[in-house]
Design a protein around this ligand. Structure first.
Ligand code: 13P
Length: 250
């Protein structure tokens, strides 16, 4: 039985003080309720250290939204895995479609980051997903499974890996994949993981769904057999919505 995992991806939102306030509100909101899942938040880089302190007595885990694939050096503007760990992160989100779309990250770059982050001892959320055009041309599973295969090239130990299936057309659009659409792709990803790592290992890997998850649709998505929680964008910026989504875990 996989423990579901819900992570709030705050993207490029909130000042440091706003981030602390949001983290404190979520931590306070979940303090007295039994959580059936792992829960995390991913603030922007400048807020990581102070948010780490704000959630130090809460079950919330800290995630970063990106990292570089080198240890250090002349990479202006980049952040290394050791910097993330020193800021208190245990997770890093990699290969998000916004990184792929706006910052030119391809499967090879994502793969280098995944290997570096895992080698550094971080836990990784590897994001995959198709565009609307790809879905309409009927290549969803080919695209997504290629992202999985190439993103995991040379990765042997997947014990600290989570996959997030985020259809690009569902991100920030209010248009959620139906539970059946999402489940179909999640099952296909699990079949690919089974080919790569064997069925027993594949059964243990969590696959989150992301894309316009809200309190109103979280329960039905999270009830599907291959959906193991969510990666939440917009709704994670509202503490009451994020907490409602956390409580939707089975
Ligand atoms: P929304 O929940 O805002 O659609 O964003 C999803 C996402 O991209 C999380 O990483």
């Amino acid at each position: 039985m996989r423990t579901q995992i819900v992570v709030g991806n705050w993207k490029m939102n909130n000042s440091i003080s706003e981030s602390i306030a949001l983290a404190e509100a979520v931590a306070a909101g979940i303090a007295d309720i039994p959580l059936n899942c792992e829960a995390g938040i991913a603030p922007a880089f400048p807020a990581l250290g102070q948010v780490a302190s704000a959630i130090s007595r809460s079950p919330l885990q800290l995630a970063a939204q990106n990292c570089h694939f080198e240890d250090n050096g002349a990479y202006t503007g980049e952040v290394s895995t050791s910097m993330l760990k020193s800021a208190g992160c245990s997770w890093v989100i990699l290969g998000h479609s916004e990184r792929r779309q706006y910052f030119g990250e391809d499967n090879q770059v994502v793969n280098r980051k995944v290997k570096k982050a895992l080698a550094a001892g971080l836990k990784v959320i590897l994001c995959v997903g198709e565009t609307l055009e790809e879905r309409e041309s009927g290549v969803t599973e080919t695209i997504v499974n290629t992202q999985v295969r190439e993103g995991l090239q040379g990765v042997d130990d997947v014990s600290r890996l989570v996959i997030a299936y985020e259809p690009v057309w569902a991100i920030g659009t209010g248009k959620t994949a139906s539970k059946e659409q999402a489940e179909e792709v999640h099952a296909s990803i699990r079949a690919t993981l089974s080919e790569l790592y064997g069925s027993q290992t594949a059964e243990g890997i969590r696959i989150q769904y992301g894309g316009s998850v809200k309190p109103s649709n979280a329960s039905e998505l999270f009830a599907m057999p291959n959906i193991d929680g969510g990666l939440i964008g917009g709704a994670s910026l509202k503490p009451e919505d994020f907490i409602a989504i956390l409580t939707a875990c089975k």
